[in-house]
Design a protein around this ligand. Sequence first.
Ligand code: NAP
Ligand code: MG
Length: 400
Amino acid sequence: MARIQMKTPLVEMDGDEMTRVLWAEIKEKLIEPFVELKTEYYDLGLKHRDETNDQVTIDSANAALKYGVAVKCATITPNAQRVEEYKLKEMWKSPNGTIRAMMDGTVFRTPILVNGVHPTVRTWKKPITIARHAYGDVYRNSEIRVPGAGKAELVFTGEDGQEIRQTVFNFKGPGIVQGMHNLDGSITSFAHSCFKYALSVKQDLWFSTKDTISKTYDHRFKDIFAEIYEKDYKEAFEKVGITYFYTLIDDAVARVIRSEGGFIWACKNYDGDVMSDMIATAFGSLAMMTSVLVTPNGQFEYEAAHGTVTRHYYRYLQGEETSTNPVATIFAWSGALRKRGELDGITELQQFADRLEQATLDVINDGIMTKDLALLYEGEARAVTSRVFLEEIQKKLINA
Ligand code: NAP
Ligand code: MG
């Protein structure tokens, strides 16, 4: 069988623990036999990040910006215990945080649906993608615990000496007060990423804030989205037959629950944090959630939404064959290969990505799956190890 040829390399960001083990097996069993894989490889495993003083993370993000498509394995974000375990020189920052900051992107999270695992919400038939703005608001706030009576004010002092002052509240007794901010530039990037992503997957885009109450702050989000839509995307949306729809967050929540799914829901930072956990849980499992970082210029970094599955890895190190779910990592690869195929005009590569995803879903439809899914599955399920699961997918690909 002739292998599919690639033009531009994928930026491959290897990672840690159980997902690193699965990463190698996915490549070996499901990709390399079918595709003459061309990647520019960056080892973001914690040991190598430490050896390079985390330079490898920065290099990998630059490569992603250069080539436009990356695929990333889950990585350890070090804490005090990891510093000890890996004898690290420093408590290096989260690679995802570094990459997100350098690529200035928005993260889109989408559940993978399978027959037999039913969403908690009966009406949901298609996945709902959450696009979370990952800058500012309550995540970069200043807070004061007010000790007693007094006046709290909001003061802006311009570099030119201009002063804007507003009373927040005249306290008669103790309480709390908080200040937060966002940036036109960051909201603009968020908007571009959302519109570009909606076009790339041809799905409607919803956006919600609380602009009736927050008449300046949230209203700015609404206005920036509206201006950018009118100016840069309206025509393209109409051509593809998708819509941009703005509504209040509480109205959005009600509509989401009544919907069939199949759209993108853009959320401010806090709303996105809360709603993405709600959506993931209601659709089934974090092991069935994909995640892609999209920059305002249309560069893509694909990954799984879960972590390195440490508990399974420690069992693996003791010689146990684990039943760790590789689906989200497989879909990170298929997403990246499909996008590479699109950008380079390689139809076979796009079709291979479709076949890989279909083969994975077909195996599950046959009732063969990892333990985590078997627990959720309504029907006869055979729980297998990751290795057997990957071999079953390989058989489907060969016989397809
Ligand atoms: P985790 O790796 O997502 O795993 C938490 C638990 O969820 C697992 O113990 C397992 O439950 C279940 N699980 C998650 N993914 C699974 C899969 N593919 N198949 C089967 N079960 C799965 O989260 P964590 O244990 O909190 O974090 C571990 C490490 O990952 C940390 O060092 C953290 O820094 C890192 N992390 C990285 C990323 C990223 O790179 N994007 C994201 C999150 C966390 P059972 O043990 O009950 O089977
Ligand atoms: Mg959260």
